[in-house]
Design a protein around this ligand. Structure first.
Ligand code: PEP
Ligand code: MN
Length: 377
């Protein structure tokens, strides 16, 4: 039976160090055991972890613990060995990318264009973000479209000027979907060529959640973090297993995004909003959880209370502990080439931020209340 033993090395033990090599060599010498070394970045420290995969029942935890630089040994039998939370596993998780911290306690807004159209609109969007000191955005260059006759995105051609503008407006992270592994190389090459004025979080779209070869390719590169959308017509377990591919290939800097399910039971919303799963995913995994209210709701429908449905579901996700909000905005939605009807307007940005803040404070108060009411074990 294949099981996993996670061997956590002492802080400061580098993945290329002699101590790490000693542990790997010890494990390699055991029949049926394959060691995999990973670097995991926490809030204030970076850890090297070695995963012993195979029939680990033959390994003596005492003996493994006595190897140089070993701090702790955790046995894992659960499915989500890389992204999952395990018993006795209180390691701080999350990651920092381009100066921005992502974990299960942070909250970041990624407001931006569903698809890059022209320079004026991209610049207006980024200018508005800078005015509000928002360092993250979304900008689609490669768009997966239902119809081959729809605008497919400007692709690689727009990357140099989008990155250059992002640098000018202090944008640190752009969420950008990739639909093919060649696009990852194009993004990395362009970032290099223009001197890294900004950073990119690669986005796996809901139509590609189970595109395993794309997941493997994106997981093999460790420079850029990854946002993976829940598949809109598969189980949560299947989506989490897909996410496991990224981490298993070596990239654990992953955010999991809820974006609604295609059931039609949630009509008239574009997708059935599934933000009640924010706490569920935070419980099952150590990943930061994102919500995408735009692709969930799919319209600018406004309730009788004056709030857009997009704002309502955003608040529902945040009050449940969401760590990131990916939302479509557009300076001029009539001009948008993709998803104009669901875009929020630039002058709604301050309102949206204030509304988010109310929900965030409510979440913080709810967490404090729970802490006060939990009897200590
Ligand atoms: C998007 O975020 O632009 C997008 C296409 O989302 P999804 O993959 O969730 O449909
Ligand atoms: Mn879209």
């Amino acid at each position: 039976l294949e099981t996993i033993m996670i061997i956590i090395l002492r802080p400061g033990t580098h993945i290329d160090s002699a101590d790490t090599k000693t542990v790997i060599d010890f494990l390699s010498s055991r029949p049926g055991i394959t060691p995999q070394a990973h670097t995991v970045s926490g809030t204030d420290r970076t850890l090297t972890e070695i995963y012993a995969v195979g029939d680990t029942s033959a390994l003596d935890p005492q003996e493994v613990s006595s190897l140089p630089a070993v701090e702790r040994v955790v046995r894992v039998s659960r499915e989500y060995r890389m992204i999952g939370r395990h018993a006795d596993d209180d390691r701080a998780r999350g990651f920092t990318y381009n100066g921005i911290r992502f974990d299960q306690n942070t909250l970041h807004l990624f407001a931006g264009l569903c698809a890059v159209d022209n320079r004026e609109n991209v610049e207006s969007m980024m200018r508005a973000l800078k005015e509000h000191q928002l360092p993250c955005t979304r900008m689609g260059a490669y768009k997966p479209r239902t119809s081959p006759y729809s605008f497919q995105g400007h692709g690689t051609d727009c990357l140099p000027w989008v990155f250059e503008l992002a640098g000018r407006y202090d944008i640190k992270v752009i969420a950008m979907e990739v639909t093919h592994d060649s696009q990852v190389d194009e993004i990395l090459e362009t970032l290099n060529a223009c001197g890294h004025p900004t950073g990119v979080m690669l986005q796996i779209g809901t139509r590609n959640t189970q595109n395993f070869e794309l997941l493997k390719a994106v997981g093999r590169q460790r420079e850029l973090p990854v946002l993976i959308k829940r598949g809109f017509g598969i189980t949560l377990e299947e989506s989490l297993n897909a996410t496991e591919y990224l981490a298993n290939e070596g990239n654990s800097n992953v955010v999991f995004c809820l974006r609604g399910m295609k059931t039609n039971l949630g009509d008239p919303h574009r997708n059935f909003v599934d933000f009640s799963h924010v706490p569920t995913v935070k419980h099952l995994t150590h990943l930061p959880v994102c919500i995408d209210p735009s692709h969930s709701v799919g319209s600018r429908n406004r309730g009788v209370d004056g709030l857009l449905d997009i704002m309502h579901v955003t608040a529902q996700g945040i009050i449940a502990g969401a760590n990131m909000v990916l939302v479509d905005f557009h300076p001029n939605p009539q001009q948008a080439l993709v998803d104009g009807p669901q875009a929020m307007l630039l002058d709604e940005l301050p309102w949206f931020l204030e509304d988010m803040q109310i929900a965030r404070q409510a979440w913080e108060q709810r967490v404090a209340l729970a802490r006060n009411n939990l009897t200590s074990p």
